[in-house]
Design a protein around this ligand. Structure first.
Ligand code: ACO
Length: 331
């Protein structure tokens, strides 16, 4: 009997305000054609003044708990993957815990930029497999709009705000002896694979922070270099995830990628030999919401009925650090 983490519900939240490419073109030297052709992005959501990362995270977590039919008082662990916490401290997760009414268990933030959700999923999965908690809420939530230099057209057009969440619950899986094949795969997280290379951290970073400048700073990026590393590292971690599970791309029902750039997604799935009609893509409407993009895409795929029970999902992300990772799950 193996203890596994099953994903028993998901939810998401997008701020009401939508900013289109055309709107950005009213105050910057850019165009909808340029942005859409280079990135696939047409619009992004922007948090309202006074609307915090914790507000977005709470809404996503609340909706995930409702979908799972689990009460907040049953939640043991709350993890918020974010690059844009409400405050330097306390952790945004602790405010979300208070808003949900789930106090008592551990609640903390995890920072791996755009790979944050995969990192948080791996950590929560480990807590559950070790028997330390039974029920966890894993949230990716970002107000990236607050980190942007709105005069820098090469970065501010790329990002948006939003949040997504999943509820994980421990389940016992009895593996039949000599079993192979998809039908015998357990439901839930099958494996996670995490990487980082701090030597290239300067390719995507903020120019400030509590211990360096005492300010938050704004986002700086070497776009072409990030692009090059992203496609190479994502293809490699996807192969690693498939090999670890004895799978081939044909075994994957849905790829749920981090939505950084449509061309990065296309380049990565082309390397795997997968068709685009098996990829959940939200970048056109959400832009890059960093740690929130995977659970936002997952929730969309579940709510519109594309993702069905028993299907195999491959999640992947690459972000500042540089960090990258993948997770395989059976829905
Ligand atoms: N509108 C119009 N022109 C622009 C814009 C804009 N928004 N941004 C840059 N340009 C101009 C530049 O000024 C430059 O002009 P110049 O030749 O006169 O100097 C020209 O376009 C080319 O600039 P590049 O930066 O070389 O453009 P590139 O083709 O590399 O595209 C982009 C830029 C879209 C950022 C690309 O490098 C990319 O997709 N990189 C991946 C980075 C990414 O997706 N990051 C997301 C965060 S990281 C993550 O989540 C993994």
């Amino acid at each position: 009997m193996n203890v596994r983490s099953q994903i028993v519900g998901c939810g998401s939240y997008l701020p009401e305000r939508v900013m289109t490419n055309d709107e950005i073109a009213t105050f910057l030297d850019t165009s909808d054609e340029w942005i859409a052709a280079r990135t696939g992005i047409r619009q992004r959501h922007i948090a309202a003044e006074g609307e915090l990362t914790s507000d977005l995270a709470f809404n996503a977590a609340d909706s995930a708990l409702r979908a799972a039919g689990i009460r907040a008082c049953e939640v043991d662990l709350i993890l918020v993957a974010t690059t844009t916490p409400d405050k330097t401290f306390p952790a945004t997760a602790t405010r979300v815990q208070a808003m949900l009414g789930a106090e008592g268990g551990p609640a903390f933030d995890l920072q791996a930029v755009c790979t944050g959700f995969i990192y948080a999923l791996a950590v929560a999965d480990s807590f559950i497999r070790l028997g330390q908690v039974d029920t966890a809420v894993v949230i990716g939530a970002e107000t990236m709009s607050r980190l942007l230099d709105w005069e820098d057209r090469s970065t501010c057009v790329l990002f948006g705000d939003g949040a997504g969440a999943v509820v994980l619950k421990s389940s016992n899986h009895h593996a039949p002896s000599g079993s192979g094949g998809r039908e015998n795969l357990p439901r839930g997280i099958l494996s996670t694979h995490l990487h980082a290379d701090g030597r290239i951290g300067n390719l995507l970073q903020t120019d400030g922070g509590p211990s360096s400048t005492g300010t938050v700073g704004t986002l700086k990026m070497s776009g072409r270099e990030v692009f090059r590393h992203a496609v190479a590292n994502l293809a490699s971690v996807l192969e690693e995830a498939l090999a670890a599970n004895g799978m081939t791309p044909a075994d994957i029902d849905w790829v749920v990628p981090h939505q950084a750039n449509r061309r990065i997604i296309e380049g990565t799935i082309r390397k795997l030999g997968l068709d685009e009609d098996r990829v959940i893509i939200t970048i056109e409407r959400h832009a890059n919401t960093s740690a929130a993009s995977i659970p936002l895409a997952l929730d969309e795929g579940v709510r519109d009925g594309r993702i069905q029970p028993g299907q195999v999902l491959l999640m992947e992300a690459m972000g500042g650090g540089m960090t990258w990772g993948a997770g395989l799950a059976r829905w």
